[in-house]
Design a binder for this molecule. Structure first.
Ligand code: CMC
Length: 444
């Protein structure tokens, strides 16, 4: 082998390496390989351009890690999801959303005293500046709730100037607590606004999920009793949506934050990214799809449409970029859907029956089996939320509410990295090569 071996700067400290060969010149480069606590090893290509003059290409990040993170781990082949090492099944069975929020934000499960303190801090921030009520009134009543959320959450940076210094750990913490505390209030206000009902002020004697249900479904004219089964179902939905590695909206928050934008603006960018039907808008789309299918007899027609490459229709609530097995969140929500519907006395809900029949047929169909397309979290969450009385346009809002803790924890982790640099992807330019400017009267 006559190839010249070029050293790469990080290689000295890495125990393992990966050799890259240029087939034209025969040159070799050793790239350091790094291992995390779990998951496949990564090839560190940070010095690739400096060393080889080449960029890499991975437009939808199917093989590219964008950061190191200690928060969440997914094993898509096995259908495993863990936060800080704890399985999502154990967290939903034994924990609460605020406990999981503490875990994500600070790294460990809280003690009794720590949880009490955290609860106190969160409830202290549940109200929003009264001026925000006027801000709401600028929106049309029929505005999509996510459109309102993009606006009002971004606008929080205009109200809480005292927690915008991202380099001050205390201000970062206060912003995180404000966001976790105010998201249920703003989400409920969005719902109330669309219904033409008065906003309900938060009640700090209720827990996080109970207070949210109260602000959505309570009215000033009557007392409101929170149903514990419904509150538990909502708390479970919040836990299941709290964080999910470097998905589109989380990566959006990190990229926005890498420019040192304030945390409220970053979370607003996450909400915008989450809105799309391929991501957080999918649970709304599932219900719309079930309504369109209408009856079990029509399922084969829609399965055929989903398989037809010339038809843009996809089975909403099926498939996932990372899970090539059952989505563990879907397994929890499947049981929860039955529990809630049973409590509401709608054991024979036609939508749930249709969903179950669709799930069964799709899971046996060769197309879905070969591509490992299983029902994902959105397939069931919409059924529960609809049964609880939420319109489908509110579904992504609840997703955003819960994911805020993941977004802000990921943002905080990124800001606390000593090596923070602005994110700046490269590209493969395929436009025209350099050409002289043609004055307008000389153009064909
Ligand atoms: N229905 C029919 N075919 C599908 C579906 C589907 N829902 N999902 C993927 N496929 C096919 C796709 O056409 C492709 O087939 P082929 O290899 O023959 O070209 C193959 O499966 C692989 O799909 P992909 O598009 O490469 O997968 P992706 O990783 O780019 O997309 C996804 C993942 C979630 C966007 C996609 O599965 C999808 O659009 N699902 C429906 C929307 C949905 O439920 N989204 C919620 C995701 S879970 C919530 C969250 O974490 O945000």
């Amino acid at each position: 082998m006559t190839a010249k071996e070029k050293p790469v700067s990080q290689q000295d400290t890495a125990e393992k390496s990966f050799t890259l060969t240029n087939d034209q010149t025969g040159e070799n480069w050793k790239l350091p390989v790094k291992e995390g606590t779990a998951g496949p090893p990564v090839i560190d290509i940070r010095s690739l351009y400096a060393d080889t003059g080449h960029f890499t290409m991975d437009p939808s990040f199917t093989s590219t890690g964008s950061c190191k993170s200690r928060l969440t781990f997914i094993d898509g082949e096995e259908g495993i999801l863990m936060h800080r090492g704890y399985s999502i099944q154990e967290l939903t069975e034994q924990s609460s959303f605020l406990e999981v929020s503490y875990l994500l934000l600070y790294g460990d499960l809280p003690t009794v005293e720590q949880l009490k303190g955290f609860h106190k801090k969160i409830t202290y921030h549940t109200m929003v500046n009264e001026q925000i009520h006027y801000f709401f009134r600028g929106f049309r009543r029929d505005a999509h709730p996510m459109a309102i959320m993009c606006g009002v959450v971004g606008a929080l940076s205009a109200f809480y100037h005292d927690s915008l210094d991202i380099w001050d750990p205390r201000q970062r913490d206060i912003s995180a607590q404000r966001l976790i505390a105010k998201m249920p209030t703003l989400s409920a206000m969005t719902y109330k606004y669309s219904m033409g009902q008065p906003f309900m002020y938060p009640r700090n004697d209720l827990n996080y999920a109970e207070n949210f249900l109260y602000m959505c479904f309570g009215v000033p004219a009557e007392p409101y009793e929170v149903n514990p089964i419904h509150a538990r179902a909502i708390d479970n939905i919040f836990i299941l949506h709290a964080d999910h590695e470097q998905n589109a909206s989380t990566s959006t928050v990190r990229l926005a934050g890498s420019s040192q934008a304030n945390p409220f603006a970053c979370i607003a960018s996450g909400i915008a990214s989450l809105w799309g039907p391929a991501h957080g808008g999918a649970n709304q789309a599932v219900l719309e799809m079930l309504a369109e299918i209408g009856s079990v007899d029509n399922i084969p027609e829609y399965i055929a449409k989903a398989k037809d490459k010339d038809d843009p229709f996809r089975l909403m609530g099926f498939g996932h970029r990372v899970y090539k097995n059952r989505d563990p969140r879907a397994t929890v929500l499947r049981d929860s859907a039955h529990e809630v519907l049973h409590d509401l006395g709608i054991d024979n809900d036609p939508t749930l029956e249709l969903a179950m029949a669709l799930e069964k047929i799709a899971l046996e169909d060769e197309y879905f089996v070969d591509r490992k397309l299983f029902p994902n979290v959105d397939f069931y969450s919409g059924i529960i939320l609809r049964a609880l009385g939420f319109p489908s346009t509110m579904f992504p809002v609840l997703f955003a509410l819960a994911r805020t803790v993941g977004w802000i924890s990921q943002w905080k982790e990124m800001i606390e990295e000593p090596s923070l640099r602005i994110g700046r992807p490269r590209q493969l330019y395929t436009g025209p090569a350099a050409r002289p400017y043609v004055p307008i009267d000389g153009r064909a």
